[in-house]
Write a protein that binds this ligand. Structure first.
Ligand code: CAA
Length: 420
């Protein structure tokens, strides 16, 4: 049963609970009032999320970053409140919410803790290959446990020599052997790879066919030959484990292949069309969280006999930060709306949203550190963490340079040398 869709009792109980627990000496700004473009159902979900973030996520954010461990308590919290399956269809145990609602949820959580928000975003990323490429039977087999949070998902595309050039340089192989495929190879930078129960792995089944020789497989935790390797030490999103995954003579039933043989790369790309807005939402939330904090700080900090918020130079910075955030937000919500409609230009909009929101996150968080001066550089204040967390949104799920390639190709096409 989905609490978000049915439990108005839970919602009102949550509303009765005591309000903010604020650990730092600068109070955060109140959460923004409902936007006029939100539906009642969406606003109900966002109300729950804001309350959870204020009471349970924000107080944990600094420790999650400092400890660098996966926050199982936050994952449980999200699962109990049905935040992990928001855009998944109700017939497979999901909430059946829209992509617009989903990105707003990721944005709300990211205002306080980017690592926690990634639990929701990567659950979607890891489940999407099954939702996009899976049969009804495969969806019934894996999606309900991912929607409820009973199991965790991951998406394994990247390899040591294959990042941006995901198809051309892929080396992980899938050899058909009777009713099975045998996987051999290494994936790296796999978000949640060490805690995942269900991993979608992309592998080359026919090296002569380029992108059309790649297939997608669901590999379950505990499959012989599948192991977790090195845990990366990272600048940001430190509560989200990023690991190497190895496949050695790893036998996977053919029933675990998603889509036809050779359809894997297209599935991988279609997934990114729908997951990049989630990363854009993470970026936007980080930027909004940093701006909220910095704005309040400038109102309290006094220099030259008045709050620094009254210095025109800093007002210009605040105004630019807000304008950039609002522009990015409009782009993101439109991209999410296009995902809801599976619009033909969804790929371009997803890339534009990721590009804009990632860049805004980096510039706004850098300015937020500047506005706090020396305090901004201290780990006692959250903005340096937000700046570190922002950086990855310009890198993963396709670098900003890849987003530009995707956008430009939709405008001018991909050139191929003439056949002689
Ligand atoms: N939807 C459907 N099909 C698509 C598609 C899409 N969005 N994009 C490409 N395709 C199809 C093409 O039409 C083509 O099909 P045909 O051969 O039938 O014509 C095929 O896929 C190959 O496409 P391209 O020729 O465009 O492929 P390419 O090798 O030039 O690469 C690319 C295109 C955009 C650069 C792509 O490789 C890419 O997006 N790279 C970045 C990879 C990436 O984002 N990695 C992130 C990993 S996940 C992650 O980071 C998660 C995390 O940690 C949280």
């Amino acid at each position: 049963m989905c609490a978000l869709s049915t439990a108005s009792g839970m919602l009102s109980a949550m509303r009765r609970k005591s309000s903010a627990v604020t650990p730092s000496n600068v109070r955060r700004m109140a959460v923004a009032p409902p936007r006029p473009d939100t539906s009642d159902e969406e606003e109900m979900i966002l109300d729950v999320v804001r309350q959870l973030v204020k009471e349970r996520v924000e107080p944990r954010a600094a420790a999650i970053d400092a400890d660098g461990d996966f926050p199982w308590d936050i994952k449980r919290l999200f699962a109990e409140n049905d935040l992990l399956g928001i855009p998944f269809p109700a017939e497979y145990g999901g909430v059946g919410g829209s992509f617009v609602t989903y990105v707003k949820v990721v944005e709300e959580v990211s205002k306080a803790c980017a690592s926690s928000a990634l639990i929701i975003a990567v659950q979607e990323l890891g489940a999407l290959p099954i939702l996009i490429g899976g049969t009804d039977e495969q969806k019934r087999r894996w999606i309900p446990d991912l929607a409820s949070g009973a199991k965790i998902a991951a998406y394994a595309l990247t390899e040591p020599g294959s990042g941006s050039d995901a198809a051309g340089s892929m080396r992980t192989k899938a050899r058909r052997d009777g009713d099975d495929y045998v996987l051999d190879g290494t994936k790296i930078w796999i978000t949640q790879g060490s805690v995942a129960d269900v991993v979608t792995v992309f592998a080359v089944n026919d090296p002569t066919k380029g992108a059309n020789g790649i297939s997608a497989f669901v590999v379950e935790k505990g499959t012989p030959g599948f192991s977790v390797g090195k845990l990366e030490k990272k600048m940001g999103i430190r509560g989200s484990p990023t690991v190497e995954l190895s496949f050695e003579n790893c036998r996977v039933p053919a029933a675990n292949r998603l889509g036809d043989e050779g359809e894997g790369f297209k599935i991988a790309m279609k997934v990114l069309d729908k997951s990049r807005p989630g990363i854009a939402a993470q970026a936007l939330g980080i930027a909004q969280g940093a701006l909220d904090y910095a704005t309040e700080y400038t109102k309290q900090r006094v220099a030259f006999g008045k709050p620094i918020s009254q210095q025109q130079g800093l007002q210009f910075m605040l105004a630019d930060m807000k304008t950039e955030i609002e522009a990015a937000r409009l782009l993101l919500y439109e991209a999410a709306r296009k995902c809801d409609e599976s619009a033909p230009d969804m790929t371009t909009w997803a890339a534009m949203a990721k590009l804009k929101c990632g860049d805004v996150a980096m510039s706004v968080t850098t300015d937020a550190v500047q506005l706090l001066g020396g305090y901004g550089y201290s780990t006692e204040y959250p903005v340096e963490r937000m700046m570190r967390d922002a950086k990855i949104t310009q890198i993963y799920e396709g670098t900003q340079q890849i987003q530009r390639i995707v956008i430009a190709r939709a405008m001018v096409g991909k050139w191929s040398p003439p056949k002689s």
